[in-house]
Structure formats: C-alpha cells, structure tokens
Design a protein around this ligand. Structure first.
Ligand code: GTP
Ligand code: MG
Length: 347
C-alpha cells in the first residue's frame, strides 16, 4: 500500500483574470455611411476562489501546482457584443485551512503568523473565499454617445485582476492524539481529562468518529487531545475500521499510546504496543517519527503491576505513565506531563 505524503502548508501565487477592454467601434452597414457607436463591453475576468471540500485532507495538490492563474475576460466586440467572461478558478482546500497574505519577501512564516491573524479560517464544507478578485470588464463606446457627441472615441480598459502570494496552512486539529487497541480506554481517558463526553462501552469500535477534548490546566494553559477509533493488527489492510482515520492525528505533536495494562480481552500489552507502532509506521513514516509516550490504563485491575514492570523493562527509553480512567489514579500526573509537554496559551 502506498504511504501518504502529507503536505500541510504551502505558499501559492494567485492571479485573478483581467477584465477585457471595452472597445471603440461604429456600426457599419450598407447604405449607412456613418453608423452610430456600437463598441461592446469587455467581459469580467475570473476570480480565484478557495472552496472547502471535506473529501480533501491535505494541500499536496497545491504543492505540485502553486501558481494559479484564472482566465481573463475577452474584449468587447462590434454590434454591442460583450466579451466573454473568464471562468472563476475554484481551488479545493480541506477544512481547517488558514490563509495568510505573504507578499513580503524574506519574512519567515513564524514572523508572518506573529504579525497578524489569518485573513481566512476555512472550516465548513462548501465554504468559499475569494482569494483574488478579478478585474471588471471595460465599457465600450456605445455608452459614451450623447446629443453632442455622436462619434465617441471614449471607452474604458478592463481592470487588472488581483494578484499576490499567500501562505496556506492546515490548522492542527489537536496537540496530542490517542492511539490504541479497541477497548483500551481511550474515550474513557478523554472524558476524565476534559469536558468532552465521548461514548464509552465495553465492546470494540465504540468510537467511530474522532472527537477532540480540551484539557485545561490550573495555570490557565490548555491543550487539545483527539480520541480516534481503535486500531488492530492489519489495520493498514483495512482490518477493523482500517487506518484511514489516522489522518486526524497526522498533525498532532505527541502521540499517546494507550494500552490495557491488565491485558483483558486476552491481550498482551507489549504486543499491543509493537503492533500499534507497526501499523502507525505502515500508515506514515512521518506519523511514526512523532514523539510518543505510553499510557498504561486500567491500573486498577489484577495483573496490572506485574505487566507494568515488564512493559517498563521492554520499553526502557519510552516514558510510561500508569493510570486508571476508572478510579482516577495517575490522572493528575498524566495531566501534569501533558502540560509540560504540550501545554500552551490557547487563543
Ligand atoms: N477497570 C477499568 N475499566 C476501564 C478503564 N478505562 C476504561 N475502562 C472500560 O473499558 C471499556 C472500553 O472503554 P472505552 O473508553 O470505550 O475504550 P476505547 O479505547 O475508547 O474503545 P474503542 O472506542 O472501541 O476503540 C469500557 O467498558 C470502560 O468502562 C479503567 O481504567 N479501568
Ligand atoms: Mg472509544
């Protein structure tokens, strides 16, 4: 299976279409030596429009085609005919696309983001944003006829379409994401960490849709954590719910691997971690290279402490936090580590 390339930021150049010119023209018919003015208007140019499409989740298409130029309007013609308008150019973007103007040369993206808010934050499916407005068509001399001027030479040119550089960035959906087998307790953990109330139940694949919780710290800082469906061996071959939903945590800075430390459902926590790591890597090397820690859940059940020690010796270089979503033990420590690792001032 092909691994995904995931472009989440891109700088583009856009140029909307120019308006066509209005023209100077006079009626020419047999036996009418001096016809009146009939120069038509130019057509409007085409706008460049960003449009949210929920079936896209990245900006890769713009990485490969970063110059977007819309069609100009045609010039007017005799017999008061209008020039054809340029068609608008629709550029699909995924939900969560932020748009920044980026015309200054040599300004880093970080600087750009410090300088100001994005000019657009596109979220809803179908939402449109005109990123470059087209020029209007000019007027033909037919408009300039008057009682005193039967042969007007006046006409106006089409306006130029807007152009410029923009920086598009996909917003991070959450700072951290849970990864785990079904029933490991991911949704339970989200509900004790945050005000989110995802469905929790004692059967696999309870979670079908990702959800996000905001974790608030006493310091007024916060972080966001995404809960996604469970992953099982072979997810990359579409076993279980597959692994396509991993795109929702693609931009997380930290991955939280949740295991059922008591090994209920006849599971072995070490094997679980190995399988999960393998499936993540098969999905994307980039995702596999993210920082990760292990959350050993269900520390309230029998067998937990023995398994915990075995897990710790097997993954000696990885941070492991023992918790129980049921009793709340270890949750404060877990929160404290989240604050240290990814807490931030949220706007
Ligand atoms: N004893 C015990 N049970 C827990 C704990 N955390 C979760 N559970 C139970 O484990 C079961 C699964 O919990 P969920 O939170 O739905 O698990 P999940 O990982 O979100 O599962 P999927 O959405 O199916 O992937 C539920 O019956 C929970 O009540 C815990 O710390 N201790
Ligand atoms: Mg769940």
């Amino acid at each position: 299976m092909k691994k995904r390339q995931f472009v989440d930021h891109v700088r583009i150049y856009v140029r909307a279409g120019d308006g066509g010119n209005g023209i100077v023209h006079f009626r020419r018919e047999k036996y009418v030596p001096k016809g009146g003015p009939d120069g038509g208007d130019g057509g409007d140019g085409g706008d460049i429009v960003l449009q949210v499409a929920s079936d896209t989740d990245n900006l890769t298409h713009l990485f490969f085609k970063s110059r977007l130029i819309a069609k100009s309007g045609d010039h007017g013609q005799g017999r008061d005919r209008h020039g054809k308008s340029g068609k608008e150019l629709i550029v699909k973007v995924p939900p969560g696309t932020l748009v920044y103007e980026s015309n200054q040369v040599g300004v880093s993206i970080e600087e750009l983001k410090r300088q100001g808010k994005p000019m657009a934050d596109l979220t809803k499916d179908g939402e449109r944003f005109v990123i470059a407005r087209a020029g209007k068509g000019g007027k033909g001399n037919v408009h300039f006829k008057s009682a005193t001027n039967q042969t007007p030479q006046e006409h106006t040119l089409g306006e130029r379409g807007e152009e410029g550089f923009f920086y598009l960035e996909l917003r991070q959906i959450a700072d951290a994401g849970f990864v785990g087998f079904p029933n490991a307790g991911k949704s339970s953990l989200l509900s004790v960490l945050s005000a989110a109330k995802p469905k929790v139940a004692n059967y696999p694949f309870t979670t079908l849709q990702p959800s996000i919780g905001v974790v608030e710290f006493n310091s007024l800082r916060r972080t966001t954590v995404a809960d996604i469906p469970g992953i099982i061996e072979g997810a990359h071959e579409n076993v279980g719910l597959g692994h396509n939903f991993l795109r929702h945590i693609m931009r997380c800075k930290l991955l939280l691997f949740v295991v059922d430390i008591a090994g209920s459902d006849m599971r072995d926590p070490i094997e679980d971690i190995q399988t999960l790591r393998k499936e993540i890597k098969l999905y994307s090397d980039e995702l596999a290279s993210r920082d990760w820690i292990i959350i050993a859940n269900k520390m309230d059940l029998d067998g937990d402490s023995m398994n915990f020690d075995v897990l710790r010796s097997r993954f000696s270089r990885i941070e492991i936090i023992g918790v129980s979503a049921l009793t709340g033990s270890g949750i404060e420590k877990f929160k404290k580590r989240l604050e240290e690792l990814i807490g931030r001032e949220l706007k």
